[in-house]
Design a protein around this ligand. Structure first.
Ligand code: ADP
Length: 806
């Protein structure tokens, strides 16, 4: 697949792209033809953002006038543009905000936004996800759009992939915003309540996806409206939009409390430690699935007290055994996780680095901890959770930017009803993307990579080697060291450090070995960071990017390539692949019958096509999983909205005393007399909020359990999702009645003294501490994936459990 960065606006070769770009200055000439051609060749879901070039041209005409203004006059001009959300900008005002933004950027950052950047700004202001190649200056584009929204009276969150980038970008753009009279703040993990509150009251707030998600969750549990930190969601500009909105869309952000109700996953973890591979369980050739053998089933059933695991009633037990076995057999230390300071730290597969905030679901986490002989980390109770997709979906206006968005335009349309458009490059890309070099075995591939890096390095050209995993980075770094090449290995460090190292990857003679996403968001300049030595490196051919294999989506490949060749720099990229690569898991047949040369090199076109096909299959599998997961969560979301709505009425109104008066009139009158109306209302409110939150947490836990076992329950009857809906809707119909039944019970027993009511004495304890995390359920997939694997195992074993034909 061709990398979009090497193409023009509509996937044309670069020469054609130049023609389109010159159209920037041509005004409307040839529009009709273009419109028709565009419809023929655009990807579904993409739209032409070049139509905004006229707005940008109009901004250009204002440049001289604005240049003559003093700084204060410029700020005053921006102030005059301010409007309210009910009267959004017209075309002239869009042009004026671009012109003001350009002039302010020139004065405060010393960078004059290019026309293409301003096209991006107008597209963002019109609710697009824009694709702009790496190095085209998305940070500035996003900031000008944020200022444009703010001047229309909107409140903007610029959402980034990590805390480091949120802070860096807010500080970088601070003076620009100041000159436009727009206030800006940022939030990171360390921010306390007051910092957050202050940052969120700014016109524009930079924040990572996880932090804003955690704030949403915490706000939902407030018992005092004055403690809420987030204003109503309005505009979000999502940086690295495809990564956040597609790749991480189904990652749940979780708020848990320390109500430890005791869990027995540890038992299962211990149980599977007794099992031996070959005898009790078998692992698939591709090491993605693990199955109990008959002997294994017998042993487990015996240990569990003689149950029959394969009956409906024991679906839950079976799931837990499967989880524990997955932890035991399929999760590998240093590949999937590290053990550090007595803790299990996950390695995020997509980013190939330690994901500090992440943990697996409790069962698996406990299983891995038990496997490593570590103390079990505290298990809490999930108080609430939200998927990244639902988090983004809360905003009234969503837009975003990315180096690779067009490839997922249809998904952005499907899941977010968003339009996507590609902004052409300022300077055409001249990077040389070489065809893959394919090898029969992994070992031959690695040897070839080392040899290739050695020859390039001899010339002094900087090399950036992108690997698929932390373990692989270390392996190849070791091999390079043996060949006398000292590379800088970059993984599992913190974001700020990574950024510093990646920024230097373009220096003469430098070899940087990094997992795909390490140092994301950081620009690699040729020569040193301050630009010295640029010519020397450019003459050698610029940055040489080497990929050690294809990722599960071509977008990640393209992002790696995009590290080289920014703003017309010379550069090259090449991927080394092997017939043993992971991505071929999806196409096992492709591994057979490959003809290789003596050095292991595979030159067959068929093998090459198989590799590309496998990647598309992988992308399709991810999409299906995304759809499945979303279907389940969407229903829960709808129910959550109902509960939140009601909770809001309780929190801010007199719903609680009103309802309790109906339910317990005698008690109500008595307390009214003894305690007075205000104390009574406060107590009623606190009681109802407590029970609403408790019931919600229980409802979530119940639905999570149902979902884990839904495929087994639904087997042979309805489709799992329908069955899930049926159960969830039935259960939810009892939600409010149950919450009020419990509230009435408490209300009947509560005493109100001068100090208020002591609810703790009645057993109404809110968690004393809460913590937040992201769940990573990639290692063995969602319940749907696991079920597919599980069925696959049964069919493969030739067994006919659960009445399935073998
Ligand atoms: P991206 O996120 O699109 O890869 P960045 O926002 O990190 O790009 O910007 C890349 C580099 O380009 C930064 O060093 C930035 O200062 C510079 N830059 C952005 N816009 C301009 C401009 N209009 N003129 C000159 N330099 C620019």
């Amino acid at each position: 697949m061709n990398p979009p960065v090497a193409e023009g606006m509509f996937g044309h070769p670069v020469s054609c792209c130049a023609a389109v770009r010159s159209g920037l200055a041509m005004g409307s000439r040839g529009d009709g033809v273009w419109q028709r051609v565009r419809r023929l060749i655009e990807r579904p879901g993409t739209e032409n953002v070049l139509r905004y070039r006229r707005v940008v041209a109009a901004a250009g005409e204002r440049a001289d006038v604005l240049r003559a203004l003093s700084d204060d006059e410029l700020t005053a001009a921006a102030e005059r543009l301010r409007t309210t959300p009910d009267r959004p900008f017209d075309r002239d005002e869009f042009a004026e905000v671009c012109a003001l933004g350009r002039e302010a950027a020139r004065r405060t950052l010393g960078e004059t936004p290019f026309d293409v950047q301003l096209i991006g700004v107008v597209a963002l202001l019109n609710g697009y996800v824009v694709e702009m190649a790496t190095g085209e200056g998305k940070t500035l584009t996003g900031a000008l759009a944020a200022a444009g929204f703010a001047l229309q009276g909107r409140r903007v969150h610029v959402v980034s992939v990590n805390d480091y980038l949120a802070r860096r970008d807010a500080e970088w753009m601070r003076d620009l915003y100041a000159m436009l009279g727009v206030s800006v703040g940022w939030v990171d993990q360390q921010a306390d309540w007051a910092d957050r509150r202050a940052a969120y009251t700014c016109d524009v707030t930079y924040v990572s996806v996880s932090e804003v998600g955690f704030d949403v969750l915490r706000d939902r549990l407030r018992t005092d409206p004055a403690e809420v930190v987030l204003p109503a969601p309005d505009v979000v500009i999502v940086d690295e939009a495809d990564s956040v909105m597609v790749d991480e869309a189904t990652v749940p952000l979780v708020l848990a409390g320390d109500v430890d109700r005791g869990r027995n996953e540890i038992t299962f973890a211990r149980l599977v430690r007794e099992l031996t591979t070959g005898e009790h369980y078998e692992v698939d050739g591709d090491r993605r699935n693990v199955f109990l053998t008959d002997a294994g089933i017998d042993l487990v059933q015996h240990r569990l007290g003689g149950v029959d695991l394969y009956t409906d009633t024991h679906a839950e037990l079976l799931t837990k055994v499967q989880l524990a076995l997955h932890a035991r057999a399929l999760l590998h230390r240093d590949v999937d996780y590290l053990v550090r300071d007595g803790k299990v730290q996950l390695i995020n597969v997509a980013r190939g680095r330690v994901a500090l905030l992440q943990r697996w679901p409790d069962g698996l986490q406990a299983a891995v901890e038990a496997k490593e002989g570590l103390a079990a980390s505290p298990t809490g109770e999930v108080l609430d959770s939200i998927l990244v997709q639902a988090l983004i979906g809360r905003y009234r206006t969503v837009c975003g930017m990315s180096g690779t968005a067009v490839a997922v335009a249809d998904q952005l349309a499907e899941f977010y009803r968003l339009k996507t458009g590609r902004v052409p490059m300022n300077v055409p890309c001249v990077r040389d993307d070489e065809p893959d070099r394919m090898y029969a075995t992994m070992a031959q591939k690695q040897a070839a990579i080392v040899e290739y890096v050695r020859t390039v390095h001899e010339t002094g050209r900087p090399v950036l080697l992108g690997t698929l995993s932390v373990a692989e980075s270390e392996l190849i770094a070791g091999m390079l060291a043996e060949a006398g090449i000292d590379g800088v290995v970059l993984n599992a460090k913190n974001d700020a450090e990574e950024a510093g190292i990646i920024a230097r990857a373009g220096e003469f003679g430098r070899v940087t070995i990094s997992t795909q996403m390490a140092g994301r968001g950081t620009d690699i300049r040729l020569g040193s960071v301050d630009g010295a030595g640029r010519e020397r490196v450019a003459e050698l051919g610029g940055l040489c990017v080497v990929g050690s294999g294809h990722y599960h989506t071509s977008r990640l490949d393209d992002q790696l390539r995009g590290r080289s060749g920014r703003q017309g720099d010379p550069g090259s990229s090449v991927f080394f692949t092997s017939m043993e690569d992971d991505v071929l898991v999806h196409l096992p047949d492709a591994r057979r019958r490959v003809e290789a040369g003596e050095d292991g090199r595979v030159r067959s076109a068929r093998a090459r096509r198989a590799m590309a096909h496998a990647q598309r299959v992988a992308e399709g599998v991810h999409l299906e999983i995304h759809r499945d997961t979303w279907r389940y969560h969407n229903l829960i979301n709808i129910q959550r909205e109902v509960v939140l709505d009601h909770r809001h009425q309780v929190l801010t109104g007199d719903e609680a005393p009103r309802r309790l008066r109906e339910l317990c009139s005698e008690r109500y009158e008595l307390l009214l007399e003894t305690a007075g109306a205000e104390a009574l209302s406060d107590t009623a409110r606190a009681i109802v909020l407590y029970h609403l939150d408790r019931c919600w947490s229980e409802h979530l836990a119940y639905l999570a359990d149902v979902r884990e076992g839904i495929h087994l329950r639904a087997l042979g009857r309805e489709t799992p999702i329908d069955e899930f809906h049926r159960i969830a809707v039935a259960e939810f119909s009892e939600f409010l009645p149950e919450a009020y039944r419990r509230s009435a019970e408490t209300f009947d027993r509560v005493e109100i003294t001068d100090d208020g009511a002591d609810l703790e004495a009645l057993g109404l304890k809110r968690p004393t501490s809460t913590w937040t995390y992201l769940i990573n359920d990639n290692p063995f997939g969602t319940p749907e994936e696991r079920f597919r694997d599980f069925l696959g195992g049964i069919v493969r074993d030739g067994q006919s459990k659960l009445g399935m034909p073998s």
